[in-house]
Design a protein around this ligand. Structure first.
Ligand SMILES: Cc1ncc(C[n+]2csc(CCOP(=O)(O)OP(=O)(O)O)c2C)c(N)n1
Length: 369
């Protein structure tokens, strides 16, 4: 029998209802605030790209509940091994929007010193591992990180994010197989947004659900309404605590939908029926949570409007600040590889300086994606 679909709100095809998790009002409001901040950051990122001010962006529209609910279940010392659609997770980990947009601008504030693609963040002090573009590599990294923590005797968990497409990668098998055998304290969170760029999940997997795949690796597979932030929080917390107590890994499938394009280079109208998009727009995770918050009298409509306005201002100001920062220095090109720079690199560095501003006009060349 395929895995049940769990939910707290009880709509959206849920087959098993969960109790409301024990969260105080401040925690509920924090979940809401971070979901709205994620939406506003994505809107800002897309606008910056459309205006030609950054080269590329990857929005996570529709996946706010999946990101915020799962990340909220982690403790400060836990680790995250993310995919490239996890800006909401970074916000929950305490990264500020300017730090993220610094990466998108590739400026001197960027932790990756402008050497990465936009939206490929790395935040060591927030236990947020560098994002890599090759699909699935973060899964095997997470298993290894979790195993290393266990060998060191830390009571920490590593949570990794992957898309439905990533379940076809070699690293999915490698990571889940190893974790299943050695009981790594790891949680595999698959945000099933139903598309790997243009390929629908049915073209990706012969399995009825992604959660069902867990059985083959000897771990629980849990399928959750990924647009229900309370269900995501409750199920992730249970999986994280099981891993922390030595009970081994879990595969969570957060069933959701990518409401926007795959990236700023994509046009989903070429491969996705509009009726499907309309159907999922009606299940917008922010609107669903807001409905619940209103019904349960945790917030008023005016409170919500204020949160949206603050988040809008926060992201506009972050973008303004990032855009004023200078590019990384030319000398940073030569840093971080050798403790003592070899003579060959010193010659190249001198040659670069001798060129002066000869290639200044190339600086604003269009990004190739
Ligand atoms: C190994 C590898 N193959 C192909 C690609 C090109 N690619 C980039 S994103 C993507 C789709 C991934 O889909 P999914 O894992 O479902 O995640 P989503 O983008 O939906 O969040 C592909 C095929 C890649 N980056 N790496």
């Amino acid at each position: 029998m395929p895995a049940e679909l769990l939910g707290v709100f009880g709509t959206g095809g849920v087959t098993k209802k969960l109790p409301v998790p024990e969260l105080g009002r401040d925690e509920l409001l924090q979940l809401h605030r971070n979901m709205v901040r994620t939406r506003k950051l994505d809107e800002r990122g897309m606008k910056l790209q459309r205006q030609g001010r950054i080269g590329f962006y990857v929005p996570s529209f529709g996946e706010e509940a999946a990101q915020i609910g799962s990340a909220a279940a982690l403790k400060k010392n836990d680790w995250v091994s993310p995919s490239y659609r996890q800006q909401g997770v970074a916000l929950v980990r305490g990264v500020n929007a300017t730090e993220m947009l610094d990466n998108c601008f590739g400026n001197s504030g960027d932790a990756a010193k402008g050497r990465q693609m936009p939206v490929h963040y790395t935040f060591r002090s927030h236990n947020f591992i560098s994002i890599g573009s090759p699909i699935g590599t973060q899964i095997a990294h997470a298993t290894g990180v979790a195993m290393a923590m266990r060998i060191r005797g830390d009571a920490n968990v590593c949570l990794t994010y992957l898309g439905d497409g990533a379940t076809s990668s070699n690293d999915f098998h490698t990571g889940l197989n190893f974790a299943g055998v050695f009981k790594s304290p790891c949680v595999f969170v698959c945000i099933n947004n139903q598309y790997a760029i243009s390929l629908n999940v049915a073209g990706q997997s012969g399995s009825t659900t992604i959660a069902d795949k867990a059985r083959a690796y000897g771990m629980p597979g849990v399928r959750v309404d990924g647009n229900d932030v309370l269900a995501v929080y409750a199920t992730t917390l249970a999986a994280v605590e099981a891993a922390r107590q030595g009970d081994g890994p879990t595969l969570l499938e957060l069933f959701s939908f990518r409401m926007g394009p795959h990236s700023s280079s994509d046009d989903p109208s070429r491969y996705r029926p509009k009726v499907e998009e309309d159907e999922w727009r009606a299940k917008d995770p922010i609107q669903r949570f807001e409905k619940w918050l209103l019904e349960n009298k945790h917030m008023t409509a005016a409170d919500m409007a204020a949160v949206h306005e603050q988040a809008e201002t926060e992201m506009a100001e972050a973008a303004k600040l990032s855009e004023t920062k200078e590019a990384p220095s030319k000398d940073s090109l030569f840093e971080d590889v050798y403790a003592a720079m070899p003579a060959s690199l010193k010659r190249q560095q001198a040659a670069l300086h001798a060129e002066g501003d000869a290639h200044a006009q190339d600086r604003n060349a269009a990004f190739p994606l």
